[in-house]
Design a protein around this ligand. Sequence first.
Ligand code: NAD
Length: 719
Amino acid sequence: MAAYKRVSESVALITLQNPPVNALSAAVRQGIVDTVERALSDPNVTAVVICGQNGVFCGGADIKEFGSNMSGPPLIPMIHAIESANKPVVAAIEGSALGGGLELALGCHYRIAHSKARLGLPEVSLGLLPAAGGSQRLPRLIGVPAALNLITTGRHVTAAEALQLGIVDQVTDHNTVDAAVKFALSVAGRSLDPRRISTYPCPQQPDLDALFEEVMQKVRRSARGAIAPIACVQAVRAAATLPYTQGMAREQELMATLFTSGQARALQYCFFAQRAVGRWRMPSGARWDTSKPRPVHKAAVIGLGTMGRGITVALAQTGLSVIAVETQEKQLMEAKQAVSGMLERGAKRRGVAPALDRIIYSQNIQAVADVDLVIEAVFEDVALKTKVFKQLSAVCKPGTLLCTNTSALDVDQLASETPNPELVVGMHFFAPAHVMKLLEVVYGPRSSPEAVATAMQLGKKMGKASVAVGNCRGFVGNRMLKPYVEQAFFLLEEGATPELVDRALEEFGFPMGVFTMSDLSGLDVGWRVRKGDGLVEPGGASGRSARVRQGRRYSPLGDLLCEHGRFGQKTCRGWYQYDKPGSRVARSDPWLHSFLEAYRAEHGLVARRIDHQEVLERCLYALINEGFHILDDGIAAGPEDIDVIYVSGYGWPRHRGGPMFYANMVGLAKVLERLEHYHQAHPDVPHLQPCSLLRRLVASGSPPIHRWGEVIKKLHSQL
Ligand code: NAD
């Protein structure tokens, strides 16, 4: 809808009305067409102002309409009609002008923005490009380099930057609509020819070919297989080299390719999945909309190592008062320095004052007596954590929520050591905790809905993609990672190299492959866990029996590397070699290749040729198979939860939608068939045995992913 009103006698004020962001739905577009026509045909109107209701200009296209047959007037002729109008049309931009919203504003003759407004063309993040003339008008208005930057990254700019770039004509701190009306009156009657952006030539750029070549290379590198950023460069190139109408034709052609690509579907799925995980629910029936979070003003962090420091920064940046407790004096001093540095750097980037005075440091756990919530991040040692939880239960005021950042320990067991298990949940952050987007909120059978709601709300406030998951070994993310890493080890035994495995996974779109990732996080971490699980045996044994532990196939390769002191980047040697500790440049290591050959010979393994397809199928399908187990066990409420975890925290390429979405795209029957094939070849690898839920979904006709939830419910009710 669009409302029409006459103001200051001769100005037609058109207000877009479609809460919450005035998206350009069919009704809104129809409203704009009708009201613009009315304004232009009314002889008493000398100028037009377009604004949005409730302080938001326009958030862009209505994503809900994607994929359906578009009805109502199309955007391009609508914007063209505004640009061709013979009366000045001024966009009054409050809140945001994003995507189609900014394209609409670019069709207006003038743009006035409120100082707090944000503008941008974020289509690329949904696998698309600004295809209502945005890719053709913006370069004509602000030049090719700036337009390329905005369109290929989808980043939003502030009103101040928009003014500096030339996107808007004026910025105001006052009422934007009033300013726009005043402005419209002042320009009424002036020639509009110089204000029609589509008629502008693109600003001249020396060495255009070299610029596009350089940008294309950069975009290809960072896109990791995503096609939309590349199409964005091609569309801007069309603006720079072709007349407007031909450029528009190219824009449409590129958009048609993107629109029907699986990538756009995957990215739009991610967009909705991220919203869906906020509507969490627990097997007990507790849900987001019936569980009230408690207010959290003051929090505590116990243990200021790698994780505790990042968590302290994240809490302080959210505006909370934080009590940070560390028993080791040296660690405490180092932590203070590190936390202050992180806060100062973050504040500088965001142009705000650092929140240093929100943190009180202490060596004494008694200091946390009056906090609302505690996050424990001491060593991963069940006895130590139990002791800390007992102390916290004694020290904290009644009702304080006790959260643990454990990666693998049983949250329910920790809860059972406290007098109020309903107040205990896991808050599983990822390193570095102030940077990484993902937070798994782990509930046990006794965690209260209120505790989960509070942790979820705090995660949201910290800007995290927070996902509520059940309690099991490794929770969701690390539980699925285990079979993935295990397959990579087996592939090395069978003839692959770390380079081959990593290249296949990086070409798929991961920022780094299994072995580069393992070198970065440290091989000793997994070694310690495997030792704790009784899996590590002293080296020296050979033959098949040395590669079977606890009745299943086991690869001791990682343990053997650790025995050689190869812990990854920190020791300059791991699956690769590095020039200095912490270096990110992984170089092939001939030692490792000879070691693998000797290992295979010793164990009677004959190397065979392994291709990228096998690497992908075995690593990814084993991971996906575990995802089905997680759904079957009710640890994740739906496939969206798993996919958000993998996209936000594990580097799964967003344009592939997450592992469960990917399985849906590949086809469940195909995933099942390949798992069956590999399980037949490796019967001693239980992770390759297809999950019964996958079988049942295939038997139910492989329903599309948005129907899995109801099918799983039905299948469970039949058991
Ligand atoms: P860390 O070894 O870097 O730090 C632990 C800190 O806790 C040390 O500074 C230690 O002095 C302190 N500490 C020990 N006992 C204490 C006590 N009683 N009171 C106060 N402080 C005490 O460990 P980390 O890597 O930060 O891991 C902490 C927790 O987070 C572990 O449970 C770990 O599994 C989990 N985790 C780690 C990562 C990671 O990548 N490092 C990721 C997710 C979760």
